[in-house]
Design a protein around this ligand. Structure first.
Ligand SMILES: [Zn+2]
Length: 257
């Protein structure tokens, strides 16, 4: 059951909006002014009625996530979601939250420990913050490393880069996508960033590079419990994580039995 809480949001953002050409010379006062997204979760209990959160997704229908946009889907235990990197250049920040209790979620910190590796591979399980398996990666046509080190982008990061305060970001995308299903989490877990190319150099330094995936590469993720999966086609247009052109592009997904 979901109780109360205010969800006051005003958005003027556009998916296609780019940071380039809109920087404000790093003036922190300017960056603080005019941020127009408000999100004020107050009181929510952590279990929900499943029927309110199942959305309108049909099995076997390939749907688009616009570049810079996001979607949340309810995935029944045993079902799979296939995520397609349509352009091959797009990083997709991904979260998974247990439907029975939203305080349980995919934890990259716990997953790294359980896998004893920094990057997951096909066949690996993705663990929750209670060390339960939430998802398994059944297929990965890219064979790429998928980042499990970095937090999602947020409006503070774009402020750091000197972007306009209404630059889209994965953190807001996370809340926005789940709100469409009437799901309002209290925290933003660190995501698994599919296809995000963050190599570790010299056993200590991380870099941000273009994805090594190809157009049409896809992942098949099987849910091991009823859960909400959130995908954000990352709006990053400053670093090369969405390809050399720094242009967020649409990806696709479908639910399958
Ligand atoms: Zn992002």
């Amino acid at each position: 059951m979901l109780i109360g809480g205010s969800d006051s949001r005003r958005r003027k953002t556009q998916l296609s909006e780019s940071c380039r050409g809109r920087r404000r010379n790093g003036d922190p006062k300017q960056l603080e002014i005019g941020y127009d997204v408000e999100y004020s979760p107050t009181l929510y209990i952590s279990t929900i009625d499943l029927p309110t959160g199942t959305g309108e997704v049909h099995l076997g229908t390939l749907s688009e996530i616009p570049g810079g946009g996001s979607v949340a889907v309810f995935v029944k235990a045993g079902h799979v979601v296939r995520l397609v990197n349509t352009p091959g250049t797009q990083t997709v920040d991904t979260w998974c939250i247990a439907a029975r209790d939203m305080t349980e979620y995919l934890s990259v910190e716990h997953t790294r420990r359980m896998l004893s590796r920094l990057f997951p591979r096909a066949g690996d399980s993705l663990y929750s913050n209670r060390r339960n398996v939430l998802l398994t990666i059944e297929r990965d046509t890219s064979g790429c490393n998928h980042d499990m080190l970095l937090a999602c982008c947020d409006h503070w990061l774009y402020a750091f880069y000197g972007c306009a305060p209404d630059h889209r970001n994965c953190r807001d995308n996370f809340f926005e996508a789940l709100a469409r299903l009437n799901v309002r989490p209290e925290v933003v877990p660190n995501p698994i960033n599919f296809w995000m190319n963050v190599p570790v150099e010299g056993n200590e330094r991380i870099d941000l590079r273009e994805p090594a995936s190809r157009p049409g590469d896809f992942l098949v993720l099987r849910a091991q419990m009823d859960c909400f999966v959130v995908f954000s086609a990352c709006p990053m247009d400053i670093t090369p994580v969405n390809g050399a052109g720094g242009t967020p592009r649409a990806v696709h997904y479908e639910l399958l039995e």
